[in-house]
Design a protein around this ligand. Structure first.
Ligand SMILES: [Zn+2]
Length: 422
């Protein structure tokens, strides 16, 4: 690169700045749709409030000069042409929330993306590549499972017919809810192969705050392993069955759960474990349970280590069940490999931080995001900003205005950097 280009780059990065008041006002405005008394947002996918939020986004995107299109999953794209045709540089997130969730999870990345588009629009900037702001449907998976439904279908990982057939707790099919929402679009509008994808998101954990850093450069999304373990023994009388005659699956489950937590504790943070669901049958005070089912969620940024942890857990579990005289059945609920993010995008994020004087930290994401589906089809990266006390998926979710603005600026710089170099 010669000096002239270097000089131009500096001018360009200085020239385009996000307008913090406008951006923060939009964050507040969108958070008023589905606002809860506790200061959060309750906006389940394709609920009336999600539909209102989508309509608001369409209005804002059109005001920013974008052409809005909708695909057959209800994913919204606000598109801006470039000097050259071809696939767009895509950025965005989601506007649905978990029940009584926060104001920033998802909405932040979408509104920062909108601010990027507004800045380019008001300066009349013509980029090399087309740009697209994406709003993916049902990222949270709170109403319809699985999570990240819109992005997985958009990139061709999951058949749309299966998504349509998924029902919520009231028995409403996703396909019917989508049709009724008015956001059922055309399959040909899917952006299945963008040039690249960048997602800005709140961290949802305590790492950045604890480290005193502003920007998280996300290295990748941790590998996840979910299992359901069902242990079966023998129901019997609580008062008349001596310990030597018991085949108690709940005691075995308790030992199993304690064991995997000890594995995680001795891993020095390399392995996370959660047993989030457990049920015993018949579930009476004075009956030794016949059957116990529980779940194990294991995560690690080291996929090999995660596989080994699974093996270790099952080998130990086999032995435990033999000793306890209980039968074991294991079902894998979910497996996601480690998703690394592109080094080229991480470098652009880093470059923006250095130029702007923002502190940063390279870190993995322990949570899943739409970006992990996009990473399978294009160069992908993620940017984090700090979450106060690491709280998310709750009404207390909070990120400081200054951090929100800095994250949006890094997104703008990164998008322009990609446009210049790709
Ligand atoms: Zn999210």
């Amino acid at each position: 690169m010669d000096c002239g280009e270097e000089g131009d780059m500096k001018i360009q990065l200085k020239e385009y700045l996000v307008r913090s008041e406008r951006f923060l006002a939009s964050v507040r405005d969108l958070a008023s749709i589905g606002a809860t008394a506790g200061g959060g947002v309750h906006r389940l996918a394709l609920s009336p409030d999600d539909i209102r939020a989508r309509k608001q986004m369409v209005e804002w995107m059109e005001e920013a000069g974008l052409t809005v299109s909708v695909d057959d999953m209800g994913n919204l794209y606000g598109l801006r042409p470039g000097r050259n045709p071809g696939p767009p540089i895509l950025f965005g997130s989601h506007v649905d929330t978990v029940p009584f969730g926060g104001r920033f999870d998802g909405a932040y990345g979408v509104l920062a993306g909108l601010e990027v588009m507004r800045v380019l629009h008001e300066h009349g900037v013509e980029t090399e590549h087309p740009l697209g702001l994406a709003i993916f449907t049902n990222e949270e998976g709170a109403r319809f499972q699985p999570a990240m439904m819109g992005s997985s279908v958009a990139v061709g990982k999951w058949p749309v017919e299966e998504a349509y057939a998924v029902r919520d707790q009231e028995g409403i099919a996703f396909g019917d809810a989508l049709q009724a929402s008015g956001f059922l679009g055309e399959r040909r509008n899917r952006i299945s192969r963008p040039l690249c994808y960048v997602e800005l998101h709140i961290e949802q954990g305590p790492v950045l705050e604890a480290a005193g850093k502003t920007i998280g450069i996300v290295q990748g999304i941790v590998a996840q392993s979910w299992h359901e373990v069902v242990l079966e023994g023998e129901a019997n009388h609580a008062g008349t069955t001596p310990p030597s005659r018991r085949r108690d699956p709940l005691v075995a489950a308790a030992r199993w759960i304690a064991y995997v937590h000890e594995m995680a504790e001795s891993s020095e943070g390399a392995l996370l474990v959660t047993c989030g669901r457990i049920a015993a049958e018949p579930g009476a005070v004075n009956v030794i349970p016949r059957k116990v089912a529980f779940t194990v969620d294991l995560r690690s940024a080291d996929e090999v280590r995660l596989r080994k942890a699974e093996e270790q857990m099952f080998a130990w579990g086999d032995d435990l069940c033999r000793r306890a005289g209980v039968e074991k059945a294991v079902r894998r609920l979910h497996w996601a490999p480690y998703t690394p993010f592109a080094s080229g995008i991480r470098e652009l994020i880093r470059e923006s931080c250095l130029r702007r004087g923002y502190t940063f930290l390279e870190m993995p994401s322990g949570a899943g995001h739409d970006a992990q589906h996009l990473a399978g089809v294009c160069e992908t990266g993620m940017i984090f900003v700090p979450s106060r006390e690491g709280k998310s998926h709750c009404e207390e979710e909070f990120s400081a205005d200054g951090d929100l603005v800095k994250g949006a600026q890094v997104l703008l710089d990164t998008v322009l950097g990609l446009d210049r170099t790709r």
